[in-house]
Each structure stands twice: as structure tokens, then as C-alpha cells.
Design a protein around this ligand. Structure first.
Ligand SMILES: Cc1cc2nc3c(=O)[nH]c(=O)nc-3n(C[C@H](O)[C@H](O)[C@H](O)COP(=O)(O)OP(=O)(O)OC[C@H]3O[C@@H](n4cnc5c(N)ncnc54)[C@H](O)[C@@H]3O)c2cc1C
Length: 489
């Protein structure tokens, strides 16, 4: 039966667009962190929306689940198939055309498989900015970033992915195409269906194209890195910067000394601008669309005043682009360094700014009480309230995966308890996927989870779209096996 099914897909797309051998499939059935792996009948590579629609229809008829996959850089295992009911991985790589760029209304129509960095370049080509920026931008796809509602370093000024999408084209679980590729800023024609697909992690349909918002390109910028002895003091600088420069503050990132040291221990070609160690490092960027404004002077003055007040210990404001890029490289090296150094129990927390110091102190205290051998790291887009608390262990800290998972769930509980007590969110930008689904089920109180389930039921009654992600799979929700379904025909 199964070869028959794969044969149908092969007839639809051509044999070169199907990968079914275990060796070829390997990269598509495990996640970026190497924490999850599963099985799939095959990976398919459609090129146009009509092919996605046809593949989805074949799967719906056969009762085979679909795991949409972009660059496979997600942090929660949301793009990884699980062992169990038959499924395919639907890769969007070949749907990578920029359909149009319109500098007059500041929009761009792109296909879901476009790499984020290519979209930034295409916007730059018409003297515009597409502001989403994150460490994986050279390999993540726009469909993946929309489906996770990714954040990154520019949220402070431009908002997360949800704020950057005007319209969406998506293939529904029955194969129909929902075309909401509007370039309009105002469109009150009924429910805003596009919002359902943003952040849905592929559980409601396959995004095939989107209309993105573009922005005027900054012509002046200034980058700085500074050191502070506490999160409170770093937040004091944030408040003053915002008060003075307003929306020109485009990034305000924080790195704990433990995380900073780990980056330098495991990554090459990085140079620290500071001779003395510090408790906290902040990376700041100011930018303006008007040319000729001396933002370097503004940055130097504000940081100089902060040093005089004792809020900052030291600061560097590079005058060359290369040195500014080096500071950003330090920040963007964090995920890769942590992966090379060992095992991370990572959290993607948002708490209100005035609760950040308490969050940092309390999570560190409780994690250390549980596991004194944990290296507790903090890094995040603190300007928008998002901080990642990471309990990090050496490669040999656990005898097996089960021991690691046991400790990970205890640490998750600690961080969730602190987060909820401080009115925060357990997933600011990475999503739910496999990693956080149990935690979501625990904390989504009252009608929240029930409404989510009803939406899933309404749009994907067969439960074939990325099953088991976001919402815990119920026993009754297991997809029908191909053999059973076919034998009824
Ligand atoms: C080094 C590094 C740094 C990162 N930094 C950040 C950061 O600063 N901020 C941040 O928010 N995230 C960050 N991330 C994680 C981030 O979620 C991803 O990089 C990105 O959003 C996922 O894009 P992707 O194309 O790789 O999606 P995938 O990982 O392939 O998929 C993610 C989810 O989207 C679904 N999906 C993918 N494509 C589609 C589609 N076309 N239609 C429907 N569903 C789809 C998948 O099923 C899955 O549920 C980082 C990751 C790495 C590796």
C-alpha cells in the first residue's frame, strides 16, 4: 500500500521531487537541536501552489499526515515528524520566488520557501527594509517564520512576524487554496483569517505565499556594546534611551557573563571589545531613516552619562561597520555556541520589564538548587521583554536521553512557575511544537485550550496537519492508518 501512495506523489511531482530513502530523509526527520527525530514515508518538494494543493488532497484521501517544513531551524521540534502514524514532510524550498516588490505601497509578495536573508536583500534592492532579523536568517524560510510568529532582534521597533504580514495564501487541509494575498492596510471584511495561520506552526494548513510589509531603509545607524553589573541598571539605560531617542532605538539585547564566556569558549573569529569581565553585556542599536543625523554622537553622550551615573561600567561605540558587525556576530553566535558546548534546557520567556530582575534572580536560584552543576545562562531581546533562561550542561552530564528529559521537565516546571507568578509567557517567540505542548496544556487555563481545539477541529477535522504539535494529541485523534482506510474502500 505505502509504495503505491508514494508512487502517486511521485506521479504528481516527478520522481526527482520525492525523497523516500532513509539516508536522504535523515535531515528532514530530526530537528535543528538534535533533540527530536521521527519517521516519514517521504519528503516532497512541490514548486507551485497547485502542486501543494494536489499533494494535500492525495494525503487527505489516504489519511496520511503532513508535516510542513521550511528551513528546519525551529527551536521546539515543530517541524519534526514523530514516530507513529504515517506522514510526509512537505518541504517548501522550491517555492522561493519573490512574486513582486512594490516600493509605492511598501509591500512585497513572496513565496513561502524564500530564505529570510534573500527577502532582506530583495527589499534592499528597492531601497526598502524588511526588518525581521534573527540568527538563522541565512537558512530559515519566510513560511517557517510566519508559522512560528518569529521575533528576533528588531521586535522592539517593528514588532514580531505577525506585525509584518498583510496577507496570506494557504492550502487548507482538504486541499482548497485560501487566497488572502491582500496588499491593503485596511481590510475589515469579516474575520481576519490570516491571523489564524500566523503562529499556528503548520497545524491548520500550509502557507504558500505571503504579502509582507516593507519599511523605509535606515540611512544612519550606531551600534554599541556596554557592560552593567545588574539587570536593573541595564533596564535604567533602556528607559533613558527610549525616552530620548524614541523609535530610533531598534535593538536592545542582553547577555549574561556566563553566556558571553561560553560563546568565546566555543566560537572562532570573535573578539571581545572589553578587557575586564562584567556581569551583563548589552548590545544597543540606534537607527534613523534621515541621513546626516549623528547617531554615534547621541549614543556616546547617552552611554557616557550612564557611566557617570554608575548604571554602566564600560561601553564601546565602534565607528567602523566591520567592528559594529563583530558585536552583532557575538550576539548571533549564541545558539550555535550553546549547541557545540553541550545540552541546553532553554526557555523562551517574556515577562514585563519591571519583573525581569526578579525573573533572572529567582530562576537562577531555583535551577541551581535543583542542579548545582547547571551553568545558568541568560540572553535575550530584553528591550521587548523576551529573555531566554538556559540551564546548560556538558555533553556527558547525563547517562542517557531519558535522564536528560527528566531533569529538563523539572527545570521547565521551575521556569514556568516563576514565569506565571510574574505574569509572563512561556513562549515569547519560539512557539510550542513538541517541546512545550505539555506545558501549554497545563497553563492554558479556562476556555483558552478549548477554543484552540475547536479551531483545529473546524479547519482540520481529520487532524492531518502537523498532528501532535501545539495541542497534545488525544488518543482518539490518531490519524487513520493507510491500510485500514484503503481496506474500507
Ligand atoms: C541560530 C538560530 C537563531 C534563532 N534565533 C531566533 C530569534 O532570535 N527569534 C526567533 O523568534 N526565533 C529564532 N530562531 C528559531 C526560529 O523559530 C526559526 O529560525 C524560524 O522561525 C523557523 O523558520 P524555518 O523556516 O526554519 O521553519 P521550520 O523550523 O522548518 O518550521 C517551523 C514551524 O513552522 C511550520 N512551517 C514551516 N513552513 C511552513 C509553511 N510554509 N506553512 C505552514 N507551516 C510551516 C513547521 O511545520 C513548524 O511548525 C532561531 C533559530 C536558530 C537555529
Amino acid at each position: 500500500m505505502l509504495p503505491d501512495f508514494v508512487g502517486r506523489l511521485s506521479a504528481l511531482l516527478g520522481p526527482a521531487q520525492i525523497v523516500a530513502d532513509p539516508h536522504g530523509l535523515a535531515p528532514y526527520v530530526q530537528d535543528w537541536r538534535g533533540r527530536y527525530s521521527g519517521t516519514a514515508l517521504c519528503a516532497v518538494f512541490p514548486r507551485i501552489t497547485a502542486e501543494v494543493s494536489a499533494v494535500v488532497q492525495v494525503c487527505a484521501e489516504a489519511g496520511v499526515a503532513i508535516v510542513p517544513q521550511g528551513g528546519n531551524t525551529g527551536m521546539c521540534g515543530a517541524a519534526t515528524p514523530e514516530a507513529g502514524p504515517p506522514c510526509i514532510v512537505l518541504r517548501l524550498d522550491r517555492m522561493n520566488r519573490v512574486r513582486s516588490v512594490n516600493p509605492l505601497d511598501n509591500t512585497m509578495v513572496v513565496e513561502a520557501g524564500c530564505i529570510l536573508a534573500d527577502i532582506q536583500t530583495a527589499a534592499d534592492g528597492v531601497d526598502r527594509l524588511f526588518p525581521l532579523s534573527l540568527g538563522a536568517e541565512g537558512s530559515c524560510q519566510i513560511g517557517g517564520t510566519i508559522s512560528t510568529n518569529a521575533g528576533g532582534t528588531a521586535v522592539l521597533r517593528y514588532g514580531p512576524m505577525r506585525d509584518l504580514v498583510l496577507g496570506i495564501e494557504a492550502v487548507l487541509p482538504d486541499g482548497r487554496v485560501l487566497n488572502k494575498l491582500t496588499r491593503l492596510r485596511k481590510d475589515n471584511t469579516g474575520y481576519a483569517l490570516k491571523q489564524l495561520f500566523i503562529g499556528a506552526e503548520g497545524t491548520l494548513g500550509v502557507i504558500t505565499a505571503a504579502v509582507l510589509k516593507l519599511f523605509p531603509k535606515p540611512r544612519t545607524s550606531a551600534v554599541a556594546m556596554a557592560t552593567a553589573d545588574s539587570v536593573e541598571n541595564a533596564l535604567g539605560v533602556l528607559a533613558r534611551l527610549r525616552g530620548e531617542v524614541g523609535d530610533r532605538l531598534s535593538a536592545f539585547e542582553i547577555i549574561s557573563h556566563s553566556q558571553y564566556d561560553l560563546v568565546f569558549a566555543h566560537m572562532d573569529n570573535l573578539t571581545s571589545p572589553f578587557a575586564a569581565p562584567a556581569g551583563w553585556y548589552v548590545l544597543i542599536e540606534l537607527s534613523d531613516t534621515l541621513a546626516g543625523i549623528d547617531l554615534l554622537a547621541v549614543m556616546e553622550r547617552i552611554l557616557g552619562e550612564a557611566i557617570e551615573r554608575g548604571e554602566l561600567e564600560d561601553a564601546v561605540v565602534p565607528t567602523s561597520e566591520a567592528k559594529a558587525q563583530m558585536l552583532w556576530r557575538i550576539r548571533h553566535s549564541v545558539s550555535e555556541a550553546n549547541k557545540r558546548a553541550g545540552l541546553s534546557v532553554s526557555h523562551d520567556t517574556a515577562v514585563p520589564l519591571d519583573r525581569q530582575p526578579e525573573f533572572v534572580a529567582e530562576t537562577e536560584r531555583r535551577i541551581r538548587a535543583l542542579r548545582p552543576d547547571a551553568n545558568v545562562l541568560f540572553v535575550g531581546h530584553i528591550g521587548d521583554g523576551n529573555i531566554h533562561a538556559i540551564a546548560h550542561f556538558g555533553h556527558a552530564a547525563f547517562p542517557d536521553a531519558a535522564a536528560f528529559e527528566g531533569v529538563a521537565s523539572q527545570i521547565n516546571q521551575i521556569v514556568d512557575d516563576v514565569t506565571i507568578a510574574l505574569e509572563g509567557s512561556i513562549s515569547a517567540e519560539h512557539g510550542i511544537g513538541i517541546s512545550n505542548r505539555k506545558r501549554l496544556a497545563q497553563i492554558a487555563a479556562g476556555p483558552e485550550l478549548d477554543v484552540m481545539r475547536r479551531i483545529k477541529d473546524a479547519i482540520d477535522p481529520q487532524r492531518l496537519m502537523n498532528p501532535g504539535k501545539v495541542l497534545m494529541p488525544l488518543r482518539s485523534e490518531q490519524p487513520v492508518r493507510i491500510a485500514a482506510k484503503r481496506s474500507r474502500k
